[in-house]
Design a protein around this ligand. Structure first.
Ligand code: ATP
Length: 361
């Protein structure tokens, strides 16, 4: 069992404002007392007992830490330190100040494919690096693609949230049924042995959305979305893809492929002519094509609305839990443990999936 630092994190870091929340805790800005340097602290609540339904199992936290420890890349969030107490593990990670890539893009008036590709390239470089290290992320989606600093002339992409990531061991089969319905590959839904190709499917979905503002498999319910994925039910609606180049559509088509072994790898993506044009004509085509900004802004506004709706639901459940704790006359520690019990059950779809599903589907 990995042992993390047992010091009280607050002795070494001053805890600042909340930057974001996930299923199992919060991410806060933290200041290293010794140096004054700012970091982010990911506070992950642990299960109180083996039978507890809420919180994370320690072995899952260890898995996330081990994966992050093995990854050092400009486009992947860096891990600095790990602390643990009885109730939680705290990951001290690189502070990412630029917010989500999709929010950054949605603020723009327009964006050519060439500009969008600059971001895609960085995502692919990060993903290619982790795949070379035999790591799959398994939860690539807009919420997990952030920017180092949105005011920088060329901001860096930073891939975050390795909570579902897995490092493959040669000769061993790995299956999982977790993920976010809109973005998961058919082999995950079918509970088949997985590889890094599952991430490439998600990149296909992200690219489709980025260019059109439409989600390729989105149904009325999560179940319908999953059915659409398995049935490979998607198309390039001419109305929404009128500004899109054929090279971009070809790129997506080579990712949204049911057979994992036929799907483009990250390395292959990086040399696809849409990403790396072979001649002037291809460069000109990319420059003339643009993303469907009107639709993209609508998609992003809906996405943000759903995220905040889910957040409010989680907060309401948390308040109810606090009231329950108070009724029992809690100590401060008990309150903290109650906090760890916030879990997004009402937003979980009763779907084919057996494990946690992210709330932003
Ligand atoms: P999920 O429930 O989606 O799996 P999680 O509990 O694993 O989430 P993260 O997705 O890692 O948590 O982080 C939650 C949110 O906190 C992110 O959506 C993001 O807004 C913010 N965040 C995470 N890491 C950082 C960071 N290094 N710097 C700044 N903000 C961050």
């Amino acid at each position: 069992m990995a042992v993390f630092k047992l010091d009280n994190v607050e002795d070494l870091y001053e805890i600042g404002s909340v930057l974001g929340s996930g299923h199992f805790g919060q991410v806060c800005e933290v200041r290293e007392r010794a140096t004054g340097v700012l970091w982010a602290g990911k506070f992950l609540k642990l299960k109180k007992s083996a039978g507890s339904r809420l919180g994370l199992e320690r072995k899952n936290v260890e898995k996330e830490v081990e994966v992050l420890q093995g990854l050092q890349h400009q486009n992947i969030m860096a891990l600095k330190d790990v602390f643990e107490s009885r109730a939680e593990v705290v990951l001290i990670v690189e502070l990412i100040k630029g917010g989500e890539l999709f929010d950054f893009i949605a603020e723009k008036e327009n964006l050519t494919e060439t500009e969008a590709i600059e971001f895609m390239k960085q995502i692919l470089k990060g993903v290619s690096y982790m795949h070379q290290k035999n790591v799959a992320h398994f939860d690539l989606k807009p919420e997990n693609i952030m920017l180092s600093d949105k005011h920088a002339p060329n901001p860096d992409i930073k891939i975050i949230d390795f909570g579902m990531a897995y490092r493959f061991i040669q000769g061993e089969e790995y299956k999982s049924s977790g993920g976010t319905p809109q973005y998961i590959a058919p082999e995950i839904i079918n509970y088949e042995p997985l590889g890094t190709a599952a991430d490439m499917w998600s990149i296909g979905v992200i690219t489709y959305i980025l260019l059109s503002g439409l989600s390729p498999f989105q149904g009325e319910t999560d179940e319908e979305t999953l059915r659409n994925i398995v049935a490979m039910k998607y198309e390039f609606e001419p109305h929404h893809f009128s500004q899109t180049s054929n090279m971009a559509k070809d790129f997506i088509q080579k990712l949204l492929v049911k057979d994992q072994s036929e799907r483009m790898t990250a390395e292959e993506c990086l040399i696809h002519p849409w990403i790396k044009p072979l001649n002037r004509t291809q460069i000109a085509k990319r420059n003339r094509s643009s993303i469907n900004m009107k639709n993209f802004k609508k998609f992003n506004a809906r996405r943000k609305w759903k995220m905040s709706f889910n957040m409010v639901s989680a907060c309401n459940r948390f308040s109810r839990l606090q009231l329950l704790c108070k009724a029992r006359g809690p100590e401060q520690q008990e309150l903290r443990d109650c906090e760890s019990d916030q879990e997004d059950t009402s937003t979980k779809p009763a779907s084919l999936l057996r494990r946690r599903l992210s709330s932003s589907s």
